[in-house]
Ligand binder design. Sequence first.
Ligand code: VG1
Ligand code: CO
Length: 544
Amino acid sequence: MSAIRVVPTTPFDDQKPGTSGLRKKVTTIRRPHYLENFVQAIFDAVPGRQGATLVLGGDGRFHNTGAIQTILRMAAANGIARVLVGRDGLLSTPGASCVIREHKAWGGIILSASHNPGGPDGDFGIKFNPANGGPAPERITDAIYARTREIGEYCILDTPEVDLSALGTHHVDDMVVEVIDPVADYAALMERLFDFDAIRALFRGGFRMCFDAMHAVTGPYATEILERRLGAPAGTVINGVPLDDFGGGHPDPNLVHAHDLVAALFGDDAPDMGAASDGDGDRNMILGRRFYVTPSDSLAVLTLNATQAPGYARGVAGVARSMPTSRAVDRVAAQLGIDCYETPTGWKFFGTLLDAGKATLCGEESFGTGSDHVREKDGLWAVLFWLNLVAVTGRSVEDLVRDMWRQVGRIYYTRHDYEGIETPRAERLMADLRACLPDLFGTTQGGRLVMLADDFGYTDPVDGSTAGKQGVRVLFEDGSRIVYRLSGTGTEGATLRVYIERPEDDPARQDVDTQAALADLIATADALAGIQAHTGRSGPTVIT
Ligand code: VG1
Ligand code: CO
């Protein structure tokens, strides 16, 4: 038994978790005691760690394995009995959620800053997921934060590094460390949910797809499942080797950052389907041949056709979407006669609905889709769901979307991000906007009558917890909507997100370019919030 070293420390004042865990620059995380303080705060704030099982892994970004070695020494010093860690320190976010649930762990620590760039000057992140496998709800993140504010010491051992490169069992003092195959449990779960025989037949028949893993964590998952188990030709997965700086890219699956994939799908001899995932594997983008599926539409299509997949053959109990996500799925839910819940941004707000069986499928406009199979959004799951639908219906990706539009109408949707704004400017913009909300109702803005203007507040229908100031929304009489909120995942300055949508029920007008279809609303969004005036920017940095 090595001696536990009790290290005196002082609090950092910036360890408040955001939309999805604590996200900081690598340089911040590597400051002496910074990581240790936060991890000790998790151990202190969440009851039940003594003798328990912890799941540990990350998206492979720079400092992943270094942080894992530190956390292993701290876990042993804090009475954890067993740690399941992915080989090479890798576990996707949905993969970790799956392992936590399958092995009835106390919780998991996932090291990821998701789609944010990595490398020595990039970002790092720490997320804690309790026993249900989902992101810690606010009552837990608040307790962790409170603990970081008063912490005075942490416990660690001075044990040697654990070899993470091969499967097997190790010991850190009395604690057992099992290096597990990060893909095994997850792939088995996918086989239970989807019709692998039908998808295999689809690929045998010459269906071609391109999956861009963006040099992030889904590479090994996608290669195993798509190429080995489903028989897709070698080369279907591109950028499949995880790199600690994601090859210098921005592992964000959208039309801007997944450029290799977009070039393939919009070029000559394009494959039938394209998909991409983000740094930690919880996001997805779906493309048909020369066709982009918005994440909001993806959720609506999966809901409409869910019973075609074996795992959802019994039907969908209900659906949930984050507030800024388009209301396409609301229309599908109404048609199916099921409940549709509207939650604040961030997957943590879906947890209670999933645990209570009120929602089966959930989604966010930010390329996040998932279900009650785990408690995180799940990129590869969404891709397999689409493949399953294409395989059993014989329809293309584009046909499936157009069929949904035919049934419930199309909602034109876009998100404009203004990144790296000076924080005071962004806060002023939001404050001014909030101040004018009471006067907006009943006025006409850009030719549209305002029916509701508020700051979204949420009361969880299961546990009654509340969350306020979750985004300013302006709803118009014709069903159009503009939403404004500040990002809670950035590490530098502020990012303003503006979400703009308009329903179009006339099939003859459902084929217009999205930015053109929304041009007047985009202008209204700028005028209402004074975006140009406040930010000094003439346009957004990223459009999705
Ligand atoms: C963003 C998205 C949000 C998502 C979150 C985490 O948050 O808008 O929908 O849940 O990222 O996703 P924000 O606060 O920056 O808008 V991930 O893939 O980073 O875990
Ligand atoms: Co992510």
